[in-house]
Write a protein that binds this ligand. Sequence first.
Ligand code: BGC
Length: 508
Amino acid sequence: MNASAKELAALLPPGFTLGVATSAFQIEGALDEDGRGPSGWDVFAAKPGAIVEDQSPAVSCDHYHRMPEDVALMKDLGIDSYRFSLSWPRIQPGGSGPVNPAGLGFYDRLIDLLLENGISPMATVYHWDTPLPLEEAGGWMNRDTAYRLGEFAAIAAAAFGDRVDRWVTVNEPATVTTNGYALGMHAPGEALMLKALPSVHHQLLGHGLALQALRAANVRGEIGMTNVYSPMVPASANPLDKLSAGLMDVAQNRLYADPVLLGKYPDIIRAATFFSSSFSPSSEDMDLISQPLDFYGLNYYMPTRVASGPGEGAVPPGMAEAMGDDLSGTPGAPFHIASFPDTEHTAYGWPVKPDYMAVALAEMAERYPDLPPVYITEGGASFEDVVVRDAAADRRIIPDERRLRYLADHIGTALEATRPGGAAESVDLRGYYVWSLMDNFEWSAGYKQPFGLVHVDFDTQVRTPKASYYWLQEVIAARRAASAAHVPGAAVGQQEPDADAEPPRPAG
Ligand code: BGC
């Protein structure tokens, strides 16, 4: 037994959900099969230079054909819940109008298989794969897309509302706006900078309409939405650095969380819109956006260190290179992202700062007094993996100690922070979903940034659990053992104890 696995298990409150997360476009492949329509991401990814080494999402993890194998990996891992996304272009190929029965059928089978295996389904309605006809009509710059998302949510609710335990309406609108519409690093590849602002409001409105549709359909699951949150850290005590960090905080955090949790945009945004007629949200819109949630989804990966002045680039140091993109030099930019000194970084160039997991939760609690229960809907790290051949045992080993440590430290910090007396004790933290179950298509970074607990060989499609997978398996087994010891005969989570369970056979 790895001592830290046992220690972490001891920290887990009763009923705490441990899960893994993926998204449709990143794992499914089968882009042209069974009636799926094209998405804005299909077109963006096909543009020369858009993706590292022009890698293609066409096959990715081939999950569309290997779904039962992937559910078996989750079952062996022992997780309580699986967060996946519904592919809009697979279910409603045109983004409006007819539904594709084969698309619905795929998720029917997935959800049923999860439930048969005691894994609770969490479905994300929108995780960035906008159907192409909608993208061509302006995507999230067009208000109509929000109404189309509401209709899509109604379709999903009618099909799966009886079996999905938790719904996430929209995933990380901040990333879609910043990377997709402001900087052009993600689909649709627009570099509108501040003119991208309407895409914020339209996504949040899409969230509100999707939430309304799910409630109207009386789905039995809980409903929430997911924002990414990155604490902003001024590079120095210099007032300009502080001001810069405050502006980044508005642009990346408050702009998305305030409307949902407080029912209004930050003051500075409202003041700015005084000068622009293109963005004037009505009170009806704000009511839709701020409807009560059953839970709030928080994706936490890292804090951001901010300094005034143009600096060297628009993205964290190392990330531009990792994405194969020339984003260096943003002449005239008022501030930039700076590195944390003496800090470990992931392969993406992201700082590894578990203590800021607690800061993120504490800031959320302070800003949003009526914060609903929270699930950390994503957290994880990309590190270059090395596959080692264990000749004696005739198997492959992937000793991803750094990813394992990242997860142990972040989950542990989140649990400590939300205990009585912790820095974020008022936060009702209900669960943590590891990003990701398996290595996958990491958007513009292609297959170059592996986040998986399971390694995927993209030539052979062989899946090999990494050390981090076996560690999480130990955490879950230790929790089960501890709870069985306390209450004779009781099992925590939704799975029966299985002391003799063999880990899945590592592929040779
Ligand atoms: C997204 C995922 C992505 C992950 C790692 C999140 O922003 O929701 O789709 O793969 O972070 O970059």
